[in-house]
Design a protein around this ligand. Sequence first.
Ligand SMILES: Cc1cc2nc3c(=O)[nH]c(=O)nc-3n(C[C@H](O)[C@H](O)[C@H](O)COP(=O)(O)OP(=O)(O)OC[C@H]3O[C@@H](n4cnc5c(N)ncnc54)[C@H](O)[C@@H]3O)c2cc1C
Length: 394
Amino acid sequence: MPTTITEPAADVVILGVGYMSGVIAAELSIASLNGGKNYKVVAITKGPYWDYVNDFSTTKYDEWGVGLGRKYDSPLPLQSATIRNTPYQFALPVRRYTMPIQYHALGHGVGGAAQHYGGTMGRQGPWGYTQYSSTIARYGAPFLDTVNPHSDLEDWPLTYAQYEPYYVEWEKAHGLCGDYNGSATNQPSDTGYPWMSVNYPLPPSPLTPIGQSFQTATQALGYHPFPHVSALASQPYINQYGVPVNPCVYDGYCGGPCDYACETGAKANAAYRTIPAAMKSGNFTLVVNGFIFRLDTDTASGLVTAARYYDPQGNVHIQPGTVFFNGMWGYNMIRIMLLSGIGAPYVWNSDPTLVSGSVGRGPIQGNKRVRNSLEHGRQRVSCRERGRWQCGHL
Ligand SMILES: Cc1cc2nc3c(=O)[nH]c(=O)nc-3n(C[C@H](O)[C@H](O)[C@H](O)COP(=O)(O)OP(=O)(O)OC[C@H]3O[C@@H](n4cnc5c(N)ncnc54)[C@H](O)[C@@H]3O)c2cc1C
């Protein structure tokens, strides 16, 4: 019979163990990175801790199972999404994955979506951090409203130069491969390119014959092609957390629409870069196959006090903590907050003074008008269409 189990309180509780959570886990559980403090860190994720040898080395070549069965993705019986094209449609849960990544291949287990991502990586250049101020400086303040009325474009809180040291740490942790970024000067004064204070830790992967042809052709046209930056280790190496990493074997079964996982651990993700370091720290507890369904909050302060999750037997575990890191990936992060009554849901209105709330603002892209919609967000639909949709869900 399912029971409720209250776990010992932790200093930090990490929700979901994907890419971002891995960094938080390593940085907070290793005492030497925190002035000798032994913070107790608990991380909870649905799904397993994938073992690249046993789980991927032979079974990943199952094209049907990986591409259509989506055996490394979030299982739909555990959690599905509902999809509708307009607000008038009845939202039905997705019951079967189809090709290609039609219903975003959500992460499942330690490493999250990056277990089967493409590994394309790199840096956003200086302009990306000042899109608002750079645009209005060049085209004038009214310009943005002509392109996208009520645009809510903003600059990032820091500049590229301020982010640059963190890029360097990230690249060392995950073993990025590349050869600078094609900047002519590689100086902070070059605002067109992401200049770098140090090069990527690993060299770029060897060019394929197609890559060589492309390089030759574009150089002949006067361009300056530079190697694509990748998070698939081109050489064996050990990162700053002491985690050893195997290189890529170039088998061709990698990212792309088929979502192949990596059988050597070369494809950077939390499972093979950061979580092993947290596990060694002595301060870290990993809970796998735990499905988080609610966050408890303190009624007076509104702060989160505990995470509730199901184990595979259906028992409910309550994990109290002081600090909570929500790393369940975009939609799930917002969903768990809304389910738990945290914050005010973002509600768009074409009149900016009537916009309310903030939870879910970014992914909803509420500043964009739905095609054929009225200014106030109502959908203009014909009676025929409305009838068809209604029939569809009766
Ligand atoms: C096919 C594909 C290709 C991609 N290619 C690239 C690429 O080339 N380059 C690039 O930079 N990015 C790429 N991405 C995106 C990249 O993988 C993601 O941005 C990144 O993994 C997100 O990290 P995250 O930590 O936010 O979430 P995730 O890595 O998705 O981790 C979320 C974690 O939360 C867990 N979780 C979710 N809900 C619950 C719950 N209710 N209870 C418990 N645990 C939960 C999941 O199991 C998972 O472990 C790709 C993604 C996909 C799917």
